[in-house]
Design a protein around this ligand. Structure first.
Ligand code: ATP
Length: 593
């Protein structure tokens, strides 16, 4: 069962080689043969030199010289050539695997990322991939070299003296049996070790992403302790791995010691009884030394290969994750195309949704946004506003009810089409590493420089960009940290303007900005909203007074709907929230003496 699993993993690993498989194996076996034959060839050299020292036969000496010369040519020409052959195949294969993994990561659904730590994903794509590469290069070669050395040495020994060879064969089989017994526990430890290494990367990612919070709250000691604890777990697994490998190596050493010692004693007795020639005895002892090395290394190879397979299995898990489908099937039977309402661009009808946990998040939400309207979604924190947005963006399929976009049910569109139809400006837009220009034209790389500048001008970003040293060629740091929040927002708005999608989804962009930045971002948003249908999440009710329609959410249900004035007059939830916020803003207003 366990061996079958390892074989399956090996087969899958090899499947990535595709057409390069032949080149890889020729290179690998050629290089391994060169390596393995050295010990055997050297045993002949020793035999001939010992024979020469006894009989002074020049012809025998020449044989030794020829073998040494041949070995030199093999090591300096053939071995590097074969090595290049298989290393090249491995490098090209690893490029393919990295691409596959990257491509799969891009196609995984939002739920995958929301339920996992980015550190674990980084660990799979770095540590585990590295282990995978080691299987192709080092570990497989070691196994083949060891096997060839064993088979070659035993064959020569059988020809020289079958009795000594038989003893060695029995000990070899015993050693292989013992090593296979250790493989399963070593694999278990390796699986745990790799998962814990992923946890360690998670802590590191937390430190990098949350550095500001850590500094602000002086949490350095706490996070260091967490890292230390995780590190302790990894070390404990590493120690266990070390113990097992050490134990295995000790057993191998014992077998090796017995065989070498036994061979020497028996050999010397046979020589003293003239049952064997000195040259042959020397050759057998030399061969035995090569075989000893095989026994000694077998333990660490078994451990290393299990470790590599554990890494490969984590990469396979990632590759096997289910990608986002092309489209969702229509959830509700009522969501047929005949029912399309052309003037309604965004619609949600009795939508039910949860994130797979016991708690229901949306429990029958209904809302609609007409063509050209600005609709606002308000409500207490956790009431489900962002979830509504995620459903319209197609990040999750609803579990009940109907969602329509441009009058057609969600299932009518491919997910890529939904994202073409919508432009989304989140609260904290992500800027990629690159220039400001690259970031603005991210969704439309082919637009002209003039179009890009026009979009930046309309987003009130052109002026501040031109004040930067390299203008549009200014590099923004990772996540755009070299720019202010308001500047990042305006670049995201310019990006959305270039995309020119008919539907706009906004997560209130201005809640964290100062008055001046807010003014510019609001102006940019007004340009962006022109001639588009907008659904915006608003955290501050003062920003939605002008909206055509406001939906008020509470615990996953739309409780109220109307304009600002209508909702105030209703004296319901909105009016209560509005008064609470106005009161708070009033309280925190600075007192000017
Ligand atoms: N990926 C997720 N997995 C599980 N539960 C989630 C997930 N995202 C959100 N939730 C839960 O869903 C509920 C609604 O969250 P949502 O983010 O939609 O609220 P919100 O109204 O946008 O809140 P806020 O105004 O604070 O952003 C919350 O209870 C939240 O804990």
């Amino acid at each position: 069962m366990f061996l079958r699993q390892s074989y399956r993993e090996f087969k899958r690993l090899m499947s990535f080689m595709q057409l390069r498989r032949k080149r890889y194996f020729i290179g690998l076996i050629g290089d391994s043969l060169s390596n393995a034959s050295i010990a055997i060839l050297m045993s002949f050299v020793i035999q001939y030199l010992l024979e020469f020292s006894v009989h002074r036969d020049q012809a025998v000496l020449m044989k030794a010289v020829w073998i040494v010369g041949g070995t030199f040519v093999m090591l300096s020409v053939l071995s590097p050539f074969f090595s290049y052959m298989y290393h090249r195949s491995v490098k090209q294969t690893m490029v393919d695997i990295r691409l596959l993994v990257f491509e799969r990561l891009g196609r995984l659904p939002q739920s995958y990322y929301e339920s996992r730590h980015s550190g674990d994903i980084v660990s799979r794509t770095t540590n585990d991939m590295h282990l995978m590469e080691q299987t192709f290069t080092e570990h497989l070669k070691s196994i083949i070299v060891e096997c060839l050395t064993l088979v070659g040495s035993l064959t020569v020994m059988f020809v020289l003296d079958w009795r000594l060879a038989l003893v060695l064969l029995v000990l070899g089989v015993l050693s292989i049996l013992i090593n296979t017994r250790f493989a399963r526990p070593l694999r278990k430890i390796s699986d745990r070790f790799q998962a814990q290494t992923g946890g360690l990367t998670e802590r590191l990612a937390d430190l990098l992403a949350g550095l500001q919070v850590i500094k602000m709250f002086s949490l350095h000691r706490t996070v260091t302790k967490r890292f230390h604890d995780r590190n302790g777990e990894v070390t404990a697994s590493a120690m266990k791995q070390g113990n097992q490998t050490g134990l295995l190596e000790a057993v191998n050493f014992l077998i090796n010691f017995m065989s070498l010692g036994g061979m020497l004693v028996v050999g010397i007795i046979m020589y003293s009884q003239s049952m064997i020639e000195l040259g042959v005895l020397g050759q057998i002892i030399q061969l035995q030394t090569g075989v000893s090395m095989v026994f000694l290394q077998l333990g660490s190879i078994v451990s290393l290969i299990q470790h590599s397979f554990a890494g490969a299995a984590r990469v396979f898990e990632l590759l096997d994750e289910r990608a986002e489908p092309d489209r969702y099937s229509s959830v509700s039977p009522q969501g047929s195309e005949q029912e399309a309402i052309p003037s309604t661009e965004l619609e949600m009808s009795d939508v039910i949704f949860d994130y797979g946990t016991a708690a229901g998040i949306l429990s029958g939400s209904t809302l609609s946004v007409q063509k050209g309207q600005v609709a606002a979604l308000v409500g207490a924190s956790g009431s489900g506003k962002s979830t509504v947005m995620k459903l319209f963006l197609g990040f999750y399929p609803p579990k009940g009810g109907t969602i329509r976009i441009l009058g057609k049910p969600l299932g009518h569109y491919k997910l890529s089409e939904i994202r073409e139809l919508t432009a989304y400006v989140p609260q904290d837009p992500y800027l990629f590493h690159g220039t400001i220009g690259d970031n603005i034209r991210f969704g439309k790389p082919d637009v002209t420089d003039q179009d890009m500048k026009d979009a930046a001008t309309a987003a009130y970003a052109h002026e501040f960009i031109m004040e930067l040293t390299d203008g549009y060629d200014t590099m923004v740091g990772e996540r755009g940290t070299s720019l202010s929040g308001g500047q990042r927002q305006r670049i995201a708005i310019a990006r959305a303007l270039l995309k020119n999608a008919p539907i706009l989804l906004l997560d209130e962009a201005t809640s964290a900005l100062d008055a001046e930045s807010e003014f510019w971002v609001q102006s940019a948003l007004h340009t962006l909203m022109k001639n588009r249908t907008t659904l915006m999440i608003a955290h501050r009710l003062s920003t939605v007074e002008q909206a055509d329609v406001i939906y008020v959410m509470e615990q996953g249900v739309v409780k109220e709907k109307g304009s600002h004035q209508q909702l105030l007059a209703k004296e319901g939830l909105y009016a209560k929230l509005y008064r609470q916020q106005s009161h708070k803003e009033h309280e925190t207003e600075p007192v000017i003496a």
